[in-house]
Design a binder for this molecule. Structure first.
Ligand SMILES: NC(=O)c1ccc[n+]([C@@H]2O[C@H](COP(=O)([O-])OP(=O)(O)OC[C@H]3O[C@@H](n4cnc5c(N)ncnc54)[C@H](O)[C@@H]3O)[C@@H](O)[C@H]2O)c1
Length: 365
């Protein structure tokens, strides 16, 4: 094994702890520095880890040790922070969505191409055994030609548990931009890119109440639609029906089902790395053994995959959790919201390669 890839993290909020744990257990990655607008939060976040410098954002960008900037800021800051990293000549790996708008995401990808640095993006959950085993089953022809999928995400809203949930209810947030990246990245992995969309969306109430933390009881404005539905027409002809909601209370619908000419699959939660993949048969449903994907993975494994994809081979070999998939997913989501607004079908102008499959990869723990 060569030298580990040195990671500098910008944004030390709620999700950062999961990344720090993954980086800590992977010898291929090393956390060297963190930054946040709130330096106390950054100090607190890395307290369990020795030898990690707490820097200003500018200092982290200028730090020659940092190979890749891991951007864990809120969606509205994703593009700005990514562009700073690119301007500093560093690779960047971003939490989802790639940016708050497709226009901002396009600026990030253009700047990265010009600077010859790489852009990776969450979600990496779809590299785990759940989505990858389902994909393997489709590729092996176990359900025949895929015809359709359904994807359902229903929660009354993250403000119940997140202490600073404002970003979920401003542009760049909402159930589609927040949770859609998991579901649509999984659907593109399973069924390929999306060519057009139709949609409808609604909003139940103008304010939400924070349910935990120091701001508990505070009301925040809702500036985005909170129940979004639509149909994604894949380039293959398969149709995915999507329901993404911060309004519904509960659901028993599977996260994702894929239906083929010969059978159907239940695909586990794409916001998780693993979970049972079920296939229909004459005797009912049976569970498929894990056959593909990173075993025992945690958030940050996409960064491992990113680091393991050789730079020189990267011409013509897309990163799996890469910028072009993330851009396409964001474009699909924006197109869906445009379709919901106009009441007409919208052509998705971007496309991407179906990400390369992940072979069954031994435990990364
Ligand atoms: N919270 C979760 O469970 C979760 C899960 C998966 C993905 N994510 C994604 O991770 C990202 C961060 O979410 P979070 O829940 O950790 O948010 P958070 O609000 O808890 O933390 C974000 C941190 O980024 C910092 N920040 C914001 N703008 C900055 C800037 N310009 N420069 C430096 N620091 C800046 C904030 O001070 C804050 O500490 C989002 O894109 C979110 O969609 C969150």
């Amino acid at each position: 094994m060569g030298q580990p890839v040195n990671v500098g993290v910008v944004g030390c909020g709620a999700i950062s702890a999961q990344y720090f744990q993954t980086i800590d257990r992977l010898p291929q990655l090393r956390l060297v520095a963190v930054a946040d607008l709130d330096l106390d939060r950054a100090r607190e976040a890395v307290r369990p880890y020795a030898g990690v410098d707490v820097l200003s954002v500018a200092e982290l960008m200028a730090d020659p040790r940092v190979d890749v900037v891991l951007n864990l800021t809120v969606p509205a800051a994703h593009a700005e922070v990514a562009l700073q990293a690119i301007a500093a000549g560093k690779d960047v790996y971003c939490e989802k969505p790639l940016a708050a708008t497709a226009a901002d995401a396009a600026r990030v990808l253009e700047a990265a191409a010009a600077a010859r640095v790489r852009v990776g993006c969450a979600p990496d959950t779809v590299l785990g055994t759940g989505t990858q085993t389902a994909r393997n089953a489709i590729d092996d022809g176990l359900i025949g030609k895929p015809i359709a999928a359904t994807a359902t995400m229903m929660t009354p809203g993250h403000e119940r548990w997140h202490p600073n949930p404002d970003f979920y209810y401003v542009p760049g947030g909402g159930p589609l931009l927040d949770m859609g990246p998991y579901y649509i990245s999984s659907l593109v992995t399973l069924l390929g890119p999306v060519a057009s969309v139709i949609g409808a969306a609604s909003r139940t109430r103008p304010k939400r109440t924070i349910g935990s933390g120091p701001r508990q009881g505070e009301e925040i404005p809702v500036l985005v639609d909170t129940h979004v539905t639509g149909v994604l027409v894949h380039a293959s002809g398969a149709l995915s029906t999507l329901v993404m909601s911060f309004d519904g209370v509960a659901t028993k619908a599977p996260n994702i089902e894929v239906h083929g000419e010969k059978g159907s699959l239940v695909v586990p939660d794409p916001n998780r790395f693993d979970g049972p993949v079920l296939i229909s048969g004459a005797d009912g449903w049976r569970e498929l053994p894990e056959s593909a994907g990173y075993v025992g993975a945690g958030r940050g494994v996409g960064l491992l995959d990113f680091a393991a994809t050789p730079v020189d081979q990267n011409v013509g070999q897309e990163l799996r959790a890469g910028g072009s998939l993330a851009f396409h997913v964001l474009d699909v989501m924006e197109s869906l919201l445009a379709a919901a607004g106009s009441g007409t079908a919208v052509t998705v102008t971007s496309t991407c390669e179906r990400p390369r499959p992940v072979a069954l990869h031994p435990s990364v723990s």
